[in-house]
Design a protein around this ligand. Sequence first.
Ligand SMILES: [Zn+2]
Length: 147
Amino acid sequence: MSTTERAVCWHCGTVRDGLAQPCPGCGAVPSGEGLWVAWLLSTRHLAADDLPKVAARIRAGERPRPTEALLERAREALGQSLRVDPGLTQGQRWACLATSLLLTPLPGLVAAAWWWRLRPVSARQALALSAPAAILTTGAAAYLLIG
Ligand SMILES: [Zn+2]
């Protein structure tokens, strides 16, 4: 990450260094979709000269409302960086595994599909935990039905 990178805080309009750091003005920390907005309001997307104008509009109470196309561009740009997604917590992984084994692997598989674009690390973890359980439970069901 370049040290010259600047970004406007989408929350309070402070121009700060970096994209994902807490805002010195209001303490807001961009995450998830907020990080895409942060990217759109940064020197990675805007000319450095435009930042003060954007900052002034946000300070005047305007909320950034990026279009889907812009969010998509931000997502693409940030997609390579898996740092965006911290992955599942230990507790979430256990919950995913326990649900997969005891009840149904469906929530894990649905979560994997749902997160695939938004949270690539979590999605892969959910899939890794749920897919084997899906095969197991399908096998057990087949055994009970046919067996
Ligand atoms: Zn702020």
